[in-house]
Structures are given as structure tokens and as C-alpha cells.
Design a protein around this ligand. Structure first.
Ligand SMILES: NC(=O)c1ccc[n+]([C@@H]2O[C@H](COP(=O)([O-])OP(=O)(O)OC[C@H]3O[C@@H](n4cnc5c(N)ncnc54)[C@H](OP(=O)(O)O)[C@@H]3O)[C@@H](O)[C@H]2O)c1
Length: 230
């Protein structure tokens, strides 16, 4: 892996991914909305920015040229299929054989075998009910984006984040195939470690065609699982 592209590079997750990618010696390019480029000033000429909406197919095609890896922040903002357009643009224009790693939340299910706590179900139902009529967000858009990724024949990974908190890194999160597995019960990950998992997934072939649900490695549930396994 030499050159990577981050689609949605200016957000919190995107900026953490820049830090981890630069630390690994990757050449980093990225796409973000033109009004957000100033958020990346601290990286100076260590990164190359392609200003544009992340669902702009021409901008994405230009940015991913020559990239062996693409990290994609999928967000359901608005009601114009932004996440779906973003995912499709990447699927259509990434280099053949490139590793593609997408972000989303636990609410996305690849095989329908996830078992959600009632609070998570209630939140998604509440958010979904109000967000779309208010034209604020459309959870169904992120679901459709991931459905297209799951159906594609690219080398994809969909990383499903738990609830997030800021703070110092606890190291690479642990993961499981299904929400509801005991190791995930703590439902909390440092945002920088979510980013670390995304960047690490670029070179972890065990994660190709997986949708890992992650949790912080120092959380109570992850520790209990590790102790039981040792
Ligand atoms: N927040 C959580 O607790 C949580 C939990 C689980 C999973 N996740 C997943 O983590 C990823 C990023 O989440 P995050 O909370 O850490 O956010 P984030 O990194 O701040 O990313 C937000 C992204 O959304 C873009 N954005 C914001 N408003 C927008 C708008 N109106 N139209 C288009 N793009 C807009 C931002 O671009 P600009 O810089 O241009 O504004 C940025 O790229 C997502 O895939 C999310 O599903 C988050």
C-alpha cells in the first residue's frame, strides 16, 4: 500500500484517519466539500485535497486514480442519497484490485443476524421517523449504500462503529461479526481507534468481504471476553 484516498477527509473520523495513514508512511489524498477544506490546514502539503462533494463522480474518479486503498466515510446527511452516491462513485471508479473500506454504524446489518439492544432499535426508529421528514438525514440511504457495497465484486470491508467517544487511543479495537455477541456489549470505541481500525483494515486480508462490528479493546466487555479466552 503506497497511496490512499480518504473520501470525506475533513470530518472527525477523516482527520483521525489522515493521522494514522501518514504515520504509516502512506501518500494521502482526499475528497471533502469545498467549504470544509480549511479544517485540514494543519496537515499542510503533507496531503492533497480534491475539493468536491463526496458523491461527485468526476471528483472521486480523479482522486482515487493510482490509489491502492480507499477509505470512505458514509454519512446519511440530507435526503438526496448522498451516502449511496458516494459509495457508488467509489465502487465505479476505484482502481481494479484496490482495497475499499467503508464506515457506518452498528445499525447496518450484512446478513440480518445481528441482535440489537432495545435502546439501539428505539434510537434508529426515532431518528429515522423524524430525520427524513425534516430533510436532515435518511438512514435508509446509508442502508442502500452498504447494500450496494455488499453486492459488489470489489475487495471491500464495511466497518460498523459502536457509540463513539473522544480521548487517547486504547489501541486497535476488537471486532465481531454480529451485534449482540457478548464481546461487543460495552458499545463504546474511541473515535481515533475507529479510524485506526479503518486504516489497519486496508492491509488486513482477513477483513475482505467482512462487516466487522467494533468495540474498544479496553472496554469491560472486550476485557471479559479476552480473559475468558485466555
Ligand atoms: N458519531 C457516532 O457516534 C458514530 C457511531 C457509529 C458509527 N459512526 C459512523 O462514523 C462515520 C463518521 O461519523 P462521525 O460522527 O465521526 O462524523 P465525522 O467524522 O465528523 O464525519 C462527518 C462527515 O459528514 C460530512 N458532513 C457533515 N454534514 C454534512 C452535510 N450536510 N452534507 C454532506 N456531508 C456532511 C462531513 O463533511 P464536512 O467536513 O464537509 O462537514 C464529514 O465528512 C459515519 O460513517 C458514521 O455512520 C458514527
Amino acid at each position: 500500500m503506497r497511496r490512499i484516498c480518504i473520501i470525506g477527509i475533513s470530518g472527525k473520523l477523516g482527520q483521525y484517519m489522515v493521522e494514522h495513514a501518514l504515520a504509516r508512511g502512506y501518500e494521502v489524498v482526499g475528497v471533502c466539500r469545498p467549504e470544509s477544506t480549511a479544517k485540514l490546514d494543519r496537515f499542510g502539503d503533507r496531503i492533497t485535497i480534491f475539493p468536491g462533494r463526496t458523491d461527485d463522480r468526476d471528483v472521486v474518479a480523479e482522486a482515487v486514480k493510482g490509489c491502492q486503498g480507499v477509505l470512505v466515510v458514509l454519512v446519511p446527511w440530507g435526503v438526496d442519497n448522498y451516502a449511496t452516491g458516494t459509495a457508488q462513485a467509489v465502487l465505479d471508479s476505484a482502481e481494479a484490485g484496490a482495497r475499499l473500506v467503508f464506515s457506518c454504524g452498528w445499525h447496518i446489518s450484512m446478513d440480518g443476524k445481528d441482535v440489537y439492544p432495545w435502546r439501539a432499535r428505539a434510537f434508529v426508529a426515532f431518528f429515522g421517523f423524524f430525520a427524513r421528514p425534516l430533510r436532515f438525514a435518511d438512514i435508509g440511504d446509508q442502508v442502500e449504500a452498504c447494500r450496494r457495497v455488499f453486492a459488489s465484486d470489489t475487495f471491500w470491508t464495511v466497518v460498523r462503529g459502536s457509540d463513539m467517544e473522544e480521548g487517547e487511543s486504547d489501541g486497535l479495537p476488537v471486532w465481531s461479526r454480529h451485534v449482540g455477541d457478548p464481546v461487543l456489549a460495552s458499545n463504546l470505541t474511541k473515535r481515533t481507534d475507529f479510524a485506526l481500525f479503518m486504516v489497519d483494515a486496508l492491509t488486513n486480508d482477513d477483513l475482505i468481504h467482512e462487516a466487522p462490528a467494533i468495540v474498544g479493546r479496553k472496554t469491560a466487555s472486550a476485557r471479559a471476553y479476552a480473559e475468558a479466552a485466555s
